[in-house]
Design a protein around this ligand. Structure first.
Ligand code: GSH
Length: 201
């Protein structure tokens, strides 16, 4: 059985967990809860980067990071394609994924920076990450109508990104300035795959 190293709070892991549920592959995976910062974690023997999510296949091969795992799930799951094959459709969803992953990266950096001692924290970096989140959300608001109709890695990544903002950076209060994105997310968040993978309260 394949093994997914993940945590309940990791937004990148959430992308893969949503994708597994949407593709009906959930029962083919053993979920291994993992803290990547635990020095003794088995994760490091599979992924030299020591990051989650990491999917370990039946033959012991490891697959990372989240975009690569999601693409791989289309190889093993013959049902819906979360990364469409046509070149234009593929580019569109990959760009959505890059934008949403970028929002996650900036948010994750802010969270991790906040865990360092005050003396180590950089106001400049935090401002830059905050600006990048704001600009990206403005872009999402303008482009939200271009999301594909069928579920793809575009919606999955955006759902994970907005869910992470709500979970870790609620002060960003993104809904007021991005009403169409808010309508989209509040509907998307009702999907069983989103409800099942929601971070703990
Ligand atoms: N680009 C990677 C990012 C993965 C990532 O940074 N995961 C975090 C947890 S949310 C992690 O494992 N951090 C441990 C570390 O940075 O050493 C992906 O999309 O999977």
């Amino acid at each position: 059985m394949m093994k997914l190293f993940y945590s309940n709070t990791s937004p990148y892991s959430r992308k893969v967990r949503i994708a597994l549920l949407e593709k009906g592959l959930d029962s083919q995976v053993e979920y291994v809860l993992c803290n990547p910062f635990d020095a003794a974690t088995e994760l490091k023997s599979h992924n030299p980067l020591g990051k989650i999510p990491t999917l370990v296949l039946d033959d012991g091969c490891a697959v990372y990071d989240s975009p690569v795992i999601c693409e791989y799930l289309d190889v093993i799951g013959p049902n819906i394609k979360i990364v469409p094959a046509g070149s234009n459709a593929r580019l569109l969803v990959q760009m959505w994924q890059a934008l949403a992953d970028g929002i996650i990266d900036a948010s994750y950096n802010i969270v991790m920076e906040g865990r360092r001692s005050k003396a180590e924290q950089s106001e400049n970096w935090r401002d830059r990450w905050q600006q990048s989140i704001k600009n990206s959300l403005d872009h999402v608001e303008q482009q939200i109508k271009t999301l594909p109709n069928d579920i793809t890695i575009a919606q999955i990544s955006l759902g994970a990104a907005l869910g992470y903002l709500d979970f870790r950076l609620p002060y960003v209060d993104w809904r007021n300035a991005h009403p169409e994105t808010a309508v989209w997310f509040d509907r998307f968040a009702q999907r069983a795959s989103m409800v099942k993978t929601a971070p703990p309260e």
